[in-house]
Design a protein around this ligand. Structure first.
Ligand SMILES: [Zn+2]
Length: 434
């Protein structure tokens, strides 16, 4: 058995050792795990003594990947880094029926992650490893894995490594999913085990090392081993409209929801009645026609374990707006609905590069030097866009686009767009950027 390495601490100098999996591992029989304890062992000033042996045994400090009887050096980072590391690993494993602790569980079966020292304390052939673990494509009872003290005070990088190494001992290999601890790919931290069928690999896709595993779903594998942990709800927020706002028939509702594993879907309730459901981001809805007056809107996000969370606002339904009346503040009227106007960041007509810069989530390219945030309009109807905008063709429908000399939005000095519009040739085809 050789080890699987964690991402290196010095980019570009990593040495990756990927042993072939053992020949025909025994078929996995559904059974309880050997232990539900992950012990994070902080190496004291005298270091952590480890013995070499054929079979890992955390109770006797026997490691199958140690070069001999060795001592892993002290973990030298401040107490706060340790506290943050332990909390982050606890959070990472919170969805599962496993306990993460930094208190020595004593002479009972447990998984152990030794934290400290440098990789050459363990063996000479992995000088650039951030961590290492034994690996068999299956659970290794009482496994000892390692997180080396090579990231400085970066608790989240230490956490990424400790989470990955411990999970190697549960049979998980590397995958290309950036948001998952099992990856080598950097980017935002912390990472969490995801309910996504991910391609195996380090920096490029490869076949998974373990037989009968076309892809790897880290969440499913770990929950399959330990069962679910205490339910933790997603976070959910209605980002538009604002609480207390006046709304017109057909107004848009935007919801933001996140979860440490995966949001399964978001449900929309109006006055307590289910009015829509969305399984994919963006969680955008169009309100049904409502009677004039007060209404409650609730967004309910449900995670993969069925745990719900909800956010609620109140709105007042009012008649459709027109170009000249019915909207508050700097809002403008599009097809009878008030939406944020050009004077608001990300509002209609705002200059943009990407969809997520627009409150409408729609940044369109009209063939002019600048792109603008747009809203959908009905080409056949007059006056559906606010003053200063025209409804121009956009695929099968139309989009409200800053009109030339409309005084809006600094539409740019390109002769092309305005010339086409001025000639009455409404042939701008807006290209969506997704
Ligand atoms: Zn690894």
């Amino acid at each position: 058995m050789l080890g699987l390495l964690a991402p290196a601490f010095a980019a570009g100098t990593i040495i990756r050792i990927h042993p072939p999996p053992p020949i025909a591992p025994p078929p996995k029989v559904a059974q309880a795990p050997s232990s539900n304890i992950i012990y994070l062992r902080r190496c004291p000033p005298g270091g952590c003594a480890v013995h070499a042996g054929q079979i890992d045994d955390s109770r006797t400090q026997t490691s199958s990947i140690a070069a001999g009887d060795v001592t892993i050096g002290q973990f030298t980072q401040p107490a706060q880094v340790w506290t943050d590391l332990v909390q982050c690993v606890k959070d990472t494993y919170a969805p599962y029926g496993v306990v993460v602790t930094d208190v020595d569980p004593g002479n009972v079966p447990h998984f152990e992650n030794i934290v400290g020292g440098s990789p050459t304390d363990l063996r000479s052939d992995i000088p650039n490893a951030g961590g290492v673990a034994p690996f068999t494509c299956d659970e290794i009872p009482n496994a000892i894995t390692y997180t080396f003290d090579v990231y400085g005070p970066d608790a989240l990088s230490l956490c990424w490594t400790a989470s990955q190494e411990t999970a190697h001992a549960f049979g998980l290999e590397h995958e290309l999913l950036q948001a998952d601890p099992m990856t080598y790919i950097g980017g935002s931290l912390p990472k969490r085990f995801r309910d996504i069928d991910a391609t195996c690999g380090e920096y490029t896709a490869r076949a998974c090392m373990c037989p009968a595993r076309p892809t790897q779903n880290s969440y499913r594998m770990i929950v399959g081993l330990f069962g679910p942990g205490a339910p933790s709800p997603p976070t959910v927020m209605i980002t538009s409209p604002a609480d207390g706002k006046s709304v017109q028939p057909g107004f848009p509702i935007a919801v933001a929801a996140t979860d440490d594993v995966r949001v399964d879907h978001v449900e929309l309730y109006i006055d307590g009645t289910l009015a829509g459901s969305a399984a994919m981001e963006p969680y955008d809805f169009t309100a049904p026609d409502l009677a004039l007056g007060a209404h409650t809107i609730e967004a309910r996000a449900i995670d993969v374990q069925g745990t719900p969370a909800s956010a609620m606002i109140g709105v007042t339904s009012v008649p459709p707006c027109t170009q000249t009346k019915g909207c508050e503040g700097t809002d403008v009227c599009v097809q009878g609905v008030c939406i944020p106007g050009p004077k608001q960041p990300g509002g209609l007509g705002a200059i943009c590069q990407m969809n997520d810069e627009c409150l409408s989530m729609n940044c369109a390219d009209g063939g002019e030097p600048l792109k603008h945030c747009v809203a959908t309009c009905d080409l056949g109807t007059k006056g559906v866009c606010p003053l200063g905008f025209s409804c121009v063709p956009d695929g099968a429908t139309g989009a409200c686009w800053p009109a030339p000399e409309g005084g809006c939005c600094d539409a740019g000095g390109s002769p092309r767009g305005p010339a086409l519009l001025a000639a009455g040739l409404l042939v701008l085809v807006l290209r969506r950027r997704r």
